[in-house]
Design a protein around this ligand. Structure first.
Ligand code: SF4
Length: 242
């Protein structure tokens, strides 16, 4: 039996890895990370930190990447059309599982979903089997946010430094669900990356609303993100997603 621990670089998946290392045979634990190619550098550095501190090897899987996906679909994902998760995370994970299925190796996926994250997750049980037979363990389903932070501390592991900077989630940077205050915290390098993608997209989309993550007030808000010079002012315009 192999235990595949899905890591994002965030606090919940790290808590799952710590739980697995405290509970299961280490040689059977395989942490994996799927690169959306739309991440903050701090995530890669944090994965390196976990590998060194916990003496584990994290399997790094590739995805199509946010920019290539947006261009292929001729639209950027948004809250209404959230095709990013399916393409950048679920598909690579399924391909990864298949490598075990093809070899007849039994496995359980371990994921850091918690009930108190959202209404959609409020009924998460500690174990589930999907329609296609994938077994998933949710060891922190009933944990609070505080419990997750405390568990890092108890195990001598720092949380990803992005939380200390004020970000409430770690994943794509920015995520389509990023809040206004998170966008305002973005460093220039990442604002420029977002603006570059929006500009590229504005040249290939049929409808300009598809050239941003942050609909619906797009016509009023999209233009400044492409044309104005003040980065803070630009990212401020994204407040519509809060
Ligand atoms: S982290 Fe956000 S942007 Fe990235 S795949 Fe998930 S929902 Fe989409």
């Amino acid at each position: 039996m192999k235990y595949l621990v899905s890591l994002s670089g965030g606090k919940d998946s790290t808590a799952c890895l710590l739980w697995a290392l405290n509970t299961l045979p280490k040689e059977d634990i395989l942490p994996y990370y799927i690169d959306t190619k739309w991440e903050h550098d701090a995530v890669y550095e944090y994965l390196d930190y976990l590998e060194e501190k916990l003496d584990v090897e994290i399997i790094r899987l590739e995805s199509e990447g946010m920019e290539a996906l947006s261009k292929r679909k001729k639209m950027m994902p948004n809250r209404m059309f959230r095709f990013c998760t399916e393409n950048l995370k679920i598909k690579p994970a399924i391909e990864f599982y298949k490598t075990f299925q093809d070899k007849g190796i039994d496995f359980i996926n371990i994921t850091g979903v918690r009930r108190d994250e959202s209404e959609a997750r409020a009924n998460t049980e500690s174990f589930a089997i999907s329609q296609d037979g994938i077994k998933t363990l949710y060891p922190i389903a009933y944990w609070s946010t505080q419990r997750v932070f405390d568990y890092h501390k108890e195990n001598g592991i720092d949380v990803n430094p992005l939380y200390k900077k004020g970000f409430s989630r770690v994943g794509c940077y920015p995520c389509i669900y990023a809040r206004k205050h998170e966008l305002m915290l973005m460093e220039d390098k990442y604002v420029q990356r977002l603006r570059r993608l929006e500009k590229d997209m504005s040249e290939i989309v049929d409808n300009q609303k598809n050239a941003t993550f942050f609909a619906p007030d797009r016509d009023k808000h999209l233009r400044p993100t492409l044309e104005m010079g003040n980065e803070n002012q630009c990212v401020n315009q994204y407040g519509i997603c809060e």
